[in-house]
Ligand binder design. Sequence first.
Ligand SMILES: [Zn+2]
Ligand SMILES: [Zn+2]
Length: 280
Amino acid sequence: MQIKFYGVRGSIATPGKDTVRYGGNTSCVYVESSDGSIFIFDAGTGIKKLGDELIKNPKPKDINLLFSHYHWDHIQGFPFFLPAYNKDQTINLLAAHLGDLNAHSVLTQMTDPHFPVPSDKLEATVNVFSMHEDRLYVGSNVIKTQSLNHPGGGSAYRLKTPQGTMAYVTDNELDPPEKPKTSYREWVEFLKDVDFLIHDAMYHDHELEKIHGWGHSLISQTLQLAVDANVSNLVLFHHDPSRTDIQLDQIKQDSRAWMKKNAPHCQIYIAREGDEYRIE
Ligand SMILES: [Zn+2]
Ligand SMILES: [Zn+2]
């Protein structure tokens, strides 16, 4: 399984000299399973570059684009995703735990006065699915979902491939002030023994008072979750737009030191645009 990061930032794209190393594009992660199945998690601004690459090197299979939810930083790149304008391409838009709001919400951003090209000009075959079952089979892979603790809701995904398991959990507050849709105990269960976990880790403990209830997690909570769920590799994701490269270096150093003491088998990474991982 190949996993590559195209957008790692939360809330708003933040190009600039202070974010040039980790990247300023919003959420987008590409996953290719050994059977050739393609999964893209979210269509933040990072999906532009991914689309440019996929147009140059087209893949024979459908593109499965899974949305955590429809906040701008997770959908805004879609109108610039060139495979959507390729008549030979099939794209499946998938979402879960969003009630009646299916992934058409991604297409409705392509309307006047917000965007000059309407979605009926997309030439690819675009299918819209809402996952109502708790699991979905794609090739030799299985996807499970879990409801996010985030304003407006959304879905986490756990993807089991023949080479291992990854999970994409962003815009999720592990300990929200109100009753959670998914309790901490349920998160530990959902993520048990995952090989590669990508999880929201937007804030420091000292920022909690300001951000409690915004639907994001503290770095410290995310580290503890990886320990409790026996995760092998944890990637801290959805960086605050004001977090600089130097601050993210510090978060990496501190998180690795903490994990070395608490669960030395768990590897810690900070999501960085362009980084690629292989799970064998
Ligand atoms: Zn977000
Ligand atoms: Zn959000």
